[in-house]
Design a protein around this ligand. Structure first.
Ligand code: SF4
Length: 388
């Protein structure tokens, strides 16, 4: 793969250009705008990273592209596959930062979870990414590269025998990895446009989900610019508790957030918002919390996704017992709200929600991986690891 460490090239990174931007670029190069559609298909649908291989482009154009543009994804520091088929890539975005993309195969779908920032500034108390702090926004090409790379890798994957019958194709993309997508709005929007473009990934709006901790003004922007499915990290039924768990709530309290959700649904491709709710033992998981939650979301068509907390070192928090999670879910179901409990996938490779940063934080292991990557590039070891 043509791979970079994120900041080294001065060439135009075409992975991060949506159709409109690429058409303008083609015009600037003295080409017809339709060349952009050809380029998108070569890059995103066929996964080609070599302009010379784009045989329906004129030789002159291929030479021009080769001189001025590049198709580069961040280098892969590690590639893990879990016993349950979940696959996780650790990608080097330079300056000691790495982000992760996770593919979760299921019988009827294959979901890729992508990151939008290195670290995160929101600092939710239950999230290991938040504990890591904020490094920087990813560029659009670095977000799109996660999909581009995953699609190529899965296309080359051989069936391990684990997860037989589960989809190895990316049918859904969720912006639920490292970072708050709506605090990196422009790059997220470009990535969304490419995901939806029939000449690129061609996904429907219903199959692309942006998950936010509640950046109210940007929920309104997304509603105007590119209304895809919306998930909101709720985690608490009242402002006092949510102020503690999700500090962004102090800026955009629950009443404002619920109003934004209602406005969003006027344009959304689905007629509900998905509320995510991490289950924290003795913190937000009582029957009283469930009752308060019903009051909080009244008037917002919604589904709930309860997420058993994934403990990480020094969090000071515990996962709610299974029977408590079931009882909490039942209260919501009894009130007529579709409620699911997230199946814990990829536990053995730290790919479950809120664990994405665990290994990234561990600079020692990151350095080990970088060393392994160098050895791999010299042909001395294989970087791909399986944990089963
Ligand atoms: S849960 Fe999401 S918004 Fe909160 S700190 Fe983690 S990555 Fe950031």
């Amino acid at each position: 793969m043509n791979a970079s460490k994120g900041n080294e090239t001065t060439k135009l990174r075409v992975l991060g250009l949506d159709r409109q931007a690429l058409e303008q670029q083609c015009v600037d190069w003295g080409q017809k705008p339709f060349r952009a559609r050809q380029l998108l298909r070569w890059i995103h649908q066929r996964g080609v990273d070599d302009f010379a291989a784009m045989t329906d482009l004129a030789h002159d154009l291929r030479r021009l592209l080769d001189a001025r543009a590049c198709i580069e994804a961040p280098a892969v520091l590690a590639d893990h596959e879990s016993a349950d088929g979940t696959r996780k890539w650790l990608l080097d975005v330079g300056a000691g930062n790495a982000v992760e993309a996770v593919f979760i195969p299921e019988t009827d779908r294959g979901t890729l979870c992508v990151s939008t920032q290195a670290g995160c500034a929101v600092n939710c108390v239950f999230c290991s990414t938040g504990k890591q702090g904020f490094a920087r926004n990813l560029r659009a090409d670095e977000i799109v590269a996660q999909v581009w790379h995953a699609k190529r890798s899965l296309g080359h994957a051989t069936d391990s025998g684990q997860g037989c019958g589960e989809s190895r194709v990316i049918t859904n993309v969720v912006f639920m990895g490292m970072g708050e997508p709506l605090q990196n709005y422009a790059a997220t929007l470009t990535a969304l446009r490419l995901l939806l473009d029939d000449h690129a990934y061609g996904l429907s709006r219903r199959r692309v989900t942006v998950s936010t901790s509640g950046v109210v003004p940007m929920i309104d922007r997304l509603r105007e610019d590119c209304p895809v499915a919306l998930a909101v990290s709720l985690h608490a039924p009242d402002d006092a508790l949510r102020d503690r768990l999700v500090p962004l709530n102090r800026k955009y309290p629950l009443a404002e957030l619920m109003s934004a959700c209602r406005r969003y649904l006027e344009r959304a491709p689905r007629d509900f918002v998905t509320f995510e709710y991490v289950m924290l033992d003795g913190v937000n998981d009582s029957d009283a919390h469930a009752e308060a939650l019903l009051g909080c979301v009244r008037g917002v068509p919604c589904k709930f996704n309860l997420i058993p907390f994934n403990p990480f070192p020094n969090s000071g928090l515990r996962r709610s017992p299974d029977e408590r999670i079931r009882a909490f879910a039942q209260r919501l179901v009894d009130a007529g709200i579709v409620t699911t409990v997230r199946r814990t996938r990829g536990d053995d490779i730290d790919a479950a929600c809120g664990q994405l940063a665990g290994e990234v934080q561990d600079r020692t292991r990151l350095r080990e991986r970088e060393k392994r990557l160098r050895l791999a590039q010299e042909g001395r070891v294989r970087v791909v690891e399986r944990t089963h």
